[in-house]
Structures are given as C-alpha cells and as structure tokens.
Design a protein around this ligand. Structure first.
Ligand code: BGC
Length: 733
C-alpha cells in the first residue's frame, strides 16, 4: 500500500514537473495568459512551414482519396481534417458537419449514429433562443465524444426564395431572428469547448449552379439583411470560424471577396476568428490576400493553393509573410479562446436517450399550426376511426439531404433511392427517420382504429376517409443541398390526393413535411393544416402529440408562405435548367426587403405571414408603453385568455420610419403561460434595425423623428400601436 502510494506520488511529481517544464518552454500552454498572448507566443515559435500546415486541410473520406492524398492516422472519416503541430502542442482540427446533428457522410463511419435534430426552420419557428443554445450544446457534446473539435454549422443565410433546396438548413428570412438564434447555437457549442462555424458567408440563397452563380445585390441592402444576420450572430456567439460560400457576390467569389471578408468582416466588425472555405470553393492562391484564412477539403480544389503555392508566393514576395502569420494567428487564437487546446475531445459514451429529448423539444416547439377551422384540432380522443394517408407515415418522417443529412440514434432509417444527376446525386435519397406517425398516433389513442392508406390512389384514400371520423393526410417533398426545387408545388400528385380526401371527408387534416413553404390549392377544403418541416428523429411523436392535444402548438413561421410562385419576388426559379457549368447570375432586386418586408412593400398578400402560428388557447396584449431616445423601448402585458396552458410569441414590429413605411421585426419573446396568467414583457430594439446603412459614409444612419411600432401576432397582424420619437444619429458599422 505504502509502496503504491509513494509510486503514485512520484508519478504525480513527474507529471507536474513535465507540466511545469512544458509551461516554461511552451509558455502558450499557460492557461492564465489571454488567448491573444498565447496565440502570439505560439506563432512566434512557428516556422513558415508550420504556419502553412494550419492553413489547409483535406476531406478524409475514402471515396475522395487517391495516390496523392493519404489520410493521417488520427483523422476521423468526415468533413475535414487539418494537421496539428505536435512539437508545439497544437492539436489537429477535426471537423464535422453539424447543422442538424453530427453527420456521418455516406456512412463513412459504419454504424455511427447521432441525434438527428429537426430542420433549422423548425428551430427558427420555436423563436426560442434558449433552445438554440441547447441544440448547439447537444450537437457539440456528441461531437466531442466522437473526437471532433470543430462544428461546420449552422447555416444562417436568409431564406430569400421558397425554392432554395437548402432552406431547411437555415433559420429563416429575418436577420434579427437568424442572428439571435444562430448566435445562441454558437454559444451553446463553444461552451462545450468545440469551435463553431457560421455559414455560408454571405449571400448563398440558391443552390442552382452554386459554383458559378453571381449574386448581385446593392451593398447597403446586403448590410441590412444577410450581413446583419451574420453580424448579430458573431457579436452574440463569437464563433471561432466563418465559412465563406461557393458563389460570387457582385462579381467576386465568396472566398476571394476582399470587400466582404477584409473590409466588412475583419475591419468593420473586428472579427477575430478565421475564415475557412467551403469545400471546393477556392480558385486561386490570391484568396489569401482577399481575406480567406484556410482552404478546406483542399483535394476538391484544382490545387492545394494554401500549401506549396502559398509558400512560393511568400518566398517570391507576392504575398507578405505577415499575412500568413495573421492567418495562422487567427486559427490558434480561436483554438485557445474556445478551449480546444486546454480541453481536447475525449471519446466517451453518449446518452442518446437524453439528447433525443432536445430533438423532441425542437419539434414540439417548432411545428406550426397554420389552420384549424372549427377547432378540428386537437382531435377528440373518442374518435373511433382515424385514417392516416400518405407520406410514408407508416415508416417514419422525412429528412432533408446533403452534407447536413443525419443518421438518427433511435433506429435504422428507411431509404428510398431517388436517383438523378448532378454534383450531389449521391445524396439523392429520401431518408425517413424512425419515428413513424401511424404508430405514434396509435400509442396516444390505443382504443381507436388507426388505419393507414399509402395515398397512391386518391380513390382508395377517399374511400377510407369517408368511412373514418377524421382523415390525416401526410404530404412530403424531399429537398436537398445542390438542387433547388423548380416550383413551390407538392410533387407526386399529392395536391390531387388531398383534394380527393377532403371531398370525401371535410374533417381532413394536412401535415406538411417539407423543407420550404408549398402551395396549397386545397386550403379552403381542408379543416386543419400543420407545417412540420423535417421534424427530426422524434418528429412522429411530436406530430402525434400536437394532433391529439398533448402538446399545445406554439411554433411561428420563420419564413413567409407565399400563395404561389407568381406571388414571390421571382415568379420563376432563376436559371432553372441551366447547364451545370454555365455562368449564371441572379439580381436580388428585393435587396434588404426579404420575405415579409417584400410582401409589405409590394402589397402582395402572403398565404401565411412570417411570425404567424395558431395555438389551442388565446392570448391578449394590453397596456403598451413606448419610449424613444436612442432606440425604441416598449413594455406591454400578454395574458393567456384561454383554457389551456400554452406558449405565445409576441412580436414587436417597426411599421414606419420618419421617411417611409417599413415593416421590420424589432423584438420577440416566447412566453409560456398558464390559463389566466399574465406577464409584462419588454423589448429594446437594436437601433441598426431602425437605421439605413450608408455605404459611402460606411455607417448606420438613424433618421431623427417619429417611428411607428406595433405589437403583433405576425408581420401582418398588429394588435397594439405606438410611436417613439428617436434622435438623429449614426452608428459605426
Ligand atoms: C457544404 C458545406 C459543408 C461542406 C463540408 C459543402 O458542400 O456547402 O455546408 O460544410 O460541404 O461537408
């Protein structure tokens, strides 16, 4: 005993002295120093070659290996790997896609699963920043236990077009909502000592020809929209990394754009982290000068620019070494700041049951009740026969595909290969997660006959609907990265199916599992509609709970539902059918008037507005007090006036500035209230949302005068109005 104690004591002594030695010889490992001091010290100890090691990485996927690329032993099959510098105690960066959970691209880690969260649109629909934090933390905690220290998510591009194939990966159309939710997800992630990335900087609103697309937009408008979303997320979350996008903006490729990277991100905002490229988005070594700090998945580019070509450019004086030093500094600074050096990932078991609760919560709070005529929902438990029709509701719930595709932890998926061509055709598989709505509904009403019809033949479905108390039609649309949908319609004759079922039984409920708004030509003939997005691995349960009233719906639309394609900024999907390598462009003529702002300005009525969503109770707003000065501050009461507990999301909107009508979200809060309960809410507007950006003066300019504001239930349903007198002033960018 004595011997083993003394052995332990001497082992502890040895490790302490190794530690002390390391600290004196490697002072950047001293945790009491600031990340800036530590980064400067370690950079000073690096050779040029070592700095360059940090500036490029590979995509360690077997299908992308060739004779020139060998994968290091410590790499994990997944999205990215950047070698470390063991001599200096700098670990490798191990990156995983993670917008909706840790991914396992094309099953490259056989059998490895992860909690598969609902679409980011569902998270956006919760209007719940605390839930965004929780989502970020859950994904990061799983990533750590799998050995990753960088998350390549999430996406916060504004959803400018209801046909963009990646909208399911984004939070919504409003910069305040996306910025706050995105920033909270970053905080949740980085509090787990995992670096977070926000993407795709900065205007990546369509997938069609994303490698050649030139997104044209007025710079001031960009500052007031997508850039503002990134700015708010960065201020709130301080993400270690930003991923630049594939496409061009105003002629310059996103990862080689001096204006958005150097001028805006690094100079105006003082961003301290590093810019990493999207995979296959680097076209020249000069991108280093334009502000790109790291080339990701470099074997996908024509050359590994940020390796030998960068060294050569430094040696022959084309690129100053100080730039390379800055690139490496930014990376190690983030590594120290977030804690990936001090607290590296440790492989461990994951409590998937517990994490599944987060996936369930996001679905419960993010599903939006769009229509509920004559209180058809919640379904009465006494229904004798419920018809469930279509949408593979007997198998599971649909998910979105591409690099964000998950591999759920609660059982095997069902895969329907779709096929097709294009860069991302390997991802053209409709993947259903295990939580099957038919079984989940049956669980909640064990004495009811729940009968399923596949919905292949409208006549069969209508026959079943006629014989049932109620018919629930599940409709789906598979959407994925790399492709936009050509129009807003549901595919596979699902509109005809709904029309036939509704004609047979007016007590028809439609459940949408889509990554975007869709047209609803049958809306008047059905009793209820629910937008479930892609509801994640626990989605079937959440849908059943909402249908049967176990959960009171509280989701609010983070994206406008236009009536149809003709009632959008671009009546036709731009560049539809273009050859894959054709140079294309889109003029984002709506500028900063994205989504509800465009509808307000143009007078085109949406089908359902941004911010809209029904519940099984009712809420009342009163006692509004508005104050002005530097910005708008409001206080008001919200009261649950119904019979059930529920959550409301009161919203503060700007209505007019001294110059013009302008509808903009200024504040929101999700409040849970018992029947009869009242709560006083206050909002203080971010003055940049009252302002216009003046690009020539490079500042926000707030016009002095009266600003009309409203508390509303959506961007077109205003309940209380007030006016604030604001002073004339400017704000630095
Ligand atoms: C996507 C990124 C993703 C990367 C790595 C790209 O195709 O655009 O969002 O992080 O692949 O998988």
């Amino acid at each position: 005993m004595r011997k083993s104690l003394s052995l332990m004591a001497s082992a502890a002594y040895v490790s302490m002295s190794v530690f002390a030695y390391a600290q004196s010889h490697q002072p950047w490992l001293d945790k009491s120093k600031t990340p800036d001091e530590r980064a400067k010290l370690v950079i000073a100890a690096m050779t040029l070659d070592e700095k360059i090691i940090l500036l490029h990485g590979i995509m360690p996927l077997a299908l992308l290996s060739d004779s020139e690329i060998t994968f290091p032993e410590d790499s994990i099959p997944g999205a990215g790997y950047i070698a470390g510098i063991p001599r200096l105690g700098i670990p490798a960066l191990k990156e995983t896609d993670a917008s909706l959970g840790v991914t396992n691209p094309l099953g490259s880690r056989p059998g490895d699963v992860a909690t598969a969260l609902p679409a980011s649109l569902a998270l956006g629909a919760s209007f719940n920043p605390a839930l965004a934090y929780e989502a970020g933390a859950v994904v990061a905690s799983e990533a750590r236990k799998k050995g990753f220290n960088v998350l390549l998510g999430g996406g916060i591009n504004l959803t400018r077009d209801p046909r963009n194939g990646r909208n399911f990966e984004y939070i919504g159309e409003d910069p305040l909502l996306s910025g706050i939710m995105g920033g909270e997800a970053v905080r949740g992630t980085q509090d787990q000592n995992v670096i977070s990335t926000v993407k795709h900087y900065v205007l990546n609103a369509h997938e069609t020809n994303r490698h050649t697309l030139d997104a044209l937009i007025d710079r001031a408008a960009l500052r007031e929209s997508d850039l503002l979303a990134f700015q708010i997320a960065i201020e709130r979350g301080q993400p270690g990394a930003i991923m630049c996008a594939y496409n061009k903006v105003n002629g310059a490729y996103g990862c080689g754009d001096d204006w958005s990277l150097n001028e805006v991100l690094k100079k105006d905002w003082g961003y301290k982290g590093w810019v990493l490229s999207d995979w296959g988005a680097v076209h020249s070594v000069d991108y280093a000068v334009a502000g790109l700090d790291q080339q990701s998945g470099a074997q996908l580019d024509k050359e590994i620019w940020f390796d030998k070509p960068l060294k050569a450019a430094v040696q022959d004086g084309r690129i100053p070494e100080s730039r390379v030093t800055d690139m490496a500094y930014r990376i190690v600074h983030a590594m120290f700041a977030v804690g990936v050096v001090d607290n590296p990932p440790v492989p461990a078991d994951i409590d998937y049951k517990k994490n599944a609760e987060t996936a369930l919560k996001i679905a419960q709070q993010g599903i939006v009740l769009l229509k509920n005529e004559n209180d058809l929902l919640p379904l009465v438990q006494s229904a004798k026969r419920i018809a469930v029709i279509g949408g593979q509701a007997h198998m599971g719930v649909l998910s979105g595909s591409g690099s964000a595709q998950g591999t759920p932890s609660n059982g095997p998926t069902k895969v329907i290969p779709i096929g097709g061509h294009g860069d991302f055709s390997v991802f053209r598989n409709a993947i259903y997660y295990p939580s099957a709505p038919v079984a989940e509904i049956q669980k909640l009403v064990p004495d009811t006959k729940v009968l399923y019809d596949a919905g292949l033949h409208p006549l069969d479905a209508a026959d079943l609907a006629k014989k049932s108390d109620v018919a629930i039609v599940f409709v789906t649309r598979h959407e994925l990265e790399g492709y936009d949908v050509p129009d807003m319609n549901l595919p596979h004759g699902q509109n005809e199916l709904i029309a036939a079922v509704a004609a047979a039984n007016p007590r028809t409920i439609v459940v949408l599992e889509t990554g975007n708004p869709v047209t609803m030509p049958w809306l008047d003939s059905v009793g209820a509609v629910i937008a479930a997005w892609y509801p994640g691995q626990e989605g079937g349960q959440a849908i059943a709970e909402i249908l049967l009233g176990k959960i009171n719906p509280s989701g609010r639309l983070p994206i406008t539902f236009p009536v149809n394609d003709a009632a959008t900024v671009r009546p036709e999907l731009p560049n539809r059918g273009a050859e894959a390598d054709a140079q294309v462009s889109i003029s984002y003529v709506e500028g900063a008037d994205v989504g509800y702002r465009w509808h307000a300005k143009s007078g085109v009525k949406p089908l359902f507005s941004f911010g809209y969503g029904l519940t099984y109770t009712s809420f009342e707003y009163s006692n509004l007090k508005v104050r002005g000065g530097d910005t708008v501050t409001v206080e008001f009461d919200v009261k649950n006036t119904g019979k059930t507990a529920g959550a409301d999301v009161p919203q503060l909107y700007l209505r007019t500035t001294p110059q013009e009508p302008s509808v903009r979200l200024l504040g929101f809060e999700r409040v849970e209230l018992a029947p009869g309960q009242r709560k006083r809410i206050s909002f203080k507007a971010d003055p940049r949302i009252l302002a216009k950006f003046d690009e020539s003066a490079r500042q926000w300019s707030v016009a002095g005068g009266d600003y009309k504001v409203s508390i509303g239930k959506s961007a077109s349903d205003f309940v209380l109005d007030g006016t604030a007198r604001i002073k004339d002033y400017t704000i630095k960018p």
